[in-house]
Write a protein that binds this ligand. Structure first.
Ligand code: CTP
Length: 219
């Protein structure tokens, strides 16, 4: 792996239930900064490869349980970035329920946002974050978002989305995601477009990076 001259990467964890708006929040924070300043990696990209199973067998997996993710690889990748190394981030195909062969090369940024539903539930991952943010969004809003996304972008049927929600998404949310909120430094209610929350974190990052803050950023 190649080495970079970056001193240290500041790592920010953004957790929250499925459909809470983590990606929207992270993307909006990133929008005000340069690519070299801030990068995002998603725990979703680290779902285990299920090549050895048929598509029907893959659909039976509980994707909301920590065991479905290769968290060890993510931990090692974050440590490598912190050590100044470039990493190969896996890519995931939600329509085929498995890992793609392509990877995304990522050089150490000044700030790394790590996003995912279960990133605060594993202590070895949680301990790597310099700041922990939890996006707290009402369950009905999360389900509506999930329905729109999974049917529109992930090739799922209405019946599939609702039965997955009742069988695994909701019970795992109650067992792992909701209790992990207790580890957060900041809890942001009402989803990923909370302007006050966006302004707060963006100002902090601009300060950290010694950049001028564009006042119109999150108005
Ligand atoms: N998942 C799935 N099928 C897979 C792998 C994961 O349906 N093959 C689902 C899991 O059920 C899990 C969800 O993906 O609940 C995790 O992604 P989510 O947090 O919903 O996506 P983001 O876009 O990161 O979330 P947000 O809406 O908060 O931005």
């Amino acid at each position: 792996m190649s080495q970079s001259s970056h001193a240290t990467t500041v790592v920010i964890g953004i957790a929250g239930g499925s459909g809470s708006g983590k990606s929207t929040f992270a993307d909006l924070v990133q929008a005000g900064l340069d690519d070299a300043d801030l990068a995002i990696i998603r725990h979703d990209a680290y779902y285990k490869s299920l090549d050895h199973l048929t598509l029907d067998e893959r659909k039976q997996i509980n994707f909301d349980h920590p065991a479905s993710l290769d968290t060890q690889r993510m931990i090692e990748d974050i440590k490598r970035l912190r050590a100044g190394e470039t990493i190969a981030v896996p890519q995931y195909d939600f329509s085929l329920y498995t890992r793609k062969t392509q990877v995304d090369e990522l050089a150490p940024p000044s700030v790394l946002i790590v996003e995912g539903i279960l990133i605060f539930s594993e202590p070895r991952l949680r301990d790597l974050f310099d700041m922990k943010v939890f996006i707290d969004t009402d369950d009905d809003d999360r389900l509506i978002r999930r329905l729109n996304r999974d049917i529109g972008e992930r090739s799922r049927t209405l019946t599939e989305v609702l039965s997955q929600y009742q069988n695994t998404v909701k019970p795992m949310h109650l067992e792992f995601v909701e209790p992990s909120k207790r580890w957060a430094d900041i809890i942001i209610p009402h989803g990923g477009k909370n302007k006050v929350g966006l302004d707060l974190l963006s100002r902090k990052l601009h300060m950290l990076l010694k950049r001028d803050y564009p006042e119109q950023l999150h108005t």
